[in-house]
Design a protein around this ligand. Structure first.
Ligand SMILES: Cc1ncc(COP(=O)(O)O)c(C=O)c1O
Length: 376
């Protein structure tokens, strides 16, 4: 298996985990950070930290602990028996692609797309077919254009909503139509909902409720902003696939850590409070972005995101955003060049973090944009 360079995480890692970490992280895709103490404080009647002190540090169930699966099921309004816990959504995606891979098969992915899908699918030998999410249509997910990319060798269609890196949210009716059409063609639909619960307009129900051949992937990492727990999941009603996943996961990682699962289950039972903290930050930060993009409308265009913690603005003249991203990094601010997603004029801006740091970081971005204009 040959894997391509993971440009996105190489860029993020180089700045976030270097000897001199970047001052203002406006590039990452998570939200407000949590400490264990802050998490435990969500339930003063429970001694969460004490529980961890006496928790046996052993393997846990390959399919996930019953309490974790119940908490995930409640979050997606699914049945616990359809839930499998994984090491991040990353492992869920990897396991599924491993399971579905066969010579000559292809997968249908959005473009742009979170890098894992393309990298792992290519690594497992799938051909890649894409449907384009275009800023000209507000990055809309049109069921017809997704279906147009499907052929007789398609083994999986992927939708990611809310979408990384654009923040677009697929209309539930489009997902429903897609699921029905794909099921009748014998093709499973994978809906990546790592940002489920973080919608900026009306809440959107999980695709896990849909009939048909629908697989949902989720995670503690994004809307719940607890990426360090490394806990994700897959929800599927197909018994055969669920059974086969047991072996794949056992080969990959056997199980999660006991502490990760205990904390994930706890946080999910307080999902409203946990997501609420990032939602409050997103509300304040998005208002600042509205003003910034208005001030620089001649230089940048953006589609206001409808979910997630990321936006994907672009330079209106089509220039590559990389030099600007490098200048931001030199000024202590992390944003991500769009070429990491195959879209050079764009950059990814994360707005889920602490509002005070966001204000300070954005002021530097603002000043750099003004300088860019004057030097043009
Ligand atoms: C759309 C999407 N799916 C899956 C993942 C993987 O998340 P994790 O493995 O941290 O759960 C990410 C991480 O950035 C993502 O953005």
């Amino acid at each position: 298996m040959r894997l391509s360079r993971f440009e996105l995480d190489r860029w993020l890692d180089a700045y976030k985990h270097s000897d001199r970490p970047i001052q203002f992280d406006l590039g990452s895709s998570t939200g407000v950070t949590w400490t264990l103490r802050e998490l435990a404080a969500l339930d003063p009647d429970r001694d969460l930290i004490g529980e961890l002190e006496t928790l046996p540090q052993t393997y846990v169930a390959v399919v996930g602990e019953p309490e974790t699966r119940r908490a995930v099921a409640a979050f997606h309004e699914a049945a616990p028996e359809h839930v499998r816990i994984t090491t991040g959504a990353s492992e869920a995606i990897h396991a599924l692609l491993c399971l579905l891979s066969e010579p000559g098969a292809n997968v249908v992915l959005p473009s742009p797309c979170f890098s894992t899908f393309e990298g792992l699918a290519s690594g497992w030998g799938f051909g890649i077919r894409t449907y384009v999410l275009s800023p000209s249509t507000g990055f809309a997910h049109a069921a017809e254009s997704i279906l147009a990319a499907v052929d007789g060798r398609t083994r999986l269609v992927v939708v990611n909503t809310p979408h990384n890196p654009t923040g677009a949210v697929a209309e539930p009716v489009a997902i429903q139509a897609l699921a029905a059409a794909l099921t009748s063609r014998g093709v499973p639909l994978l809906v990546d909902e790592v940002y489920h619960g973080l919608y900026h307009d009306a809440p959107v129900p999980s695709a896990a409720r849909l009939d048909g051949d629908v697989i949902v992937v989720g995670s503690m990492s994004k809307s719940l902003s607890l990426s360090g727990l490394r806990t994700g999941w897959l929800i599927d009603r197909n018994r055969e696939r669920l059974d086969a996943l047991i072996d794949v996961r056992t080969y990959f990682s056997i199980s999660n850590s006991a502490a990760g699962e205990r904390l994930a289950a706890f946080a999910l039972t307080h999902a409203e409070s946990v997501i609420g903290r990032t939602r409050a930050a997103v509300g304040r930060n998005l208002a600042l972005l509205d003003a910034l993009f208005e001030r620089h409308a001649d230089l940048l265009s953006w589609v206001r995101p409808r979910g997630s913690t990321v936006a994907f603005p672009a330079f209106t003249d089509g220039r590559s955003a990389r030099p600007f991203c490098l200048a931001c990094a030199e000024a202590g601010v992390l944003v991500v060049p769009g070429d990491c997603f195959g879209c050079p004029p764009h950059f990814r801006l994360g707005y889920g973090g602490d509002p005070d740091a966001f204000v300070a970081g954005l002021a530097r971005v603002d000043a750099l944009l003004a300088m860019t204009r004057h030097s043009a």
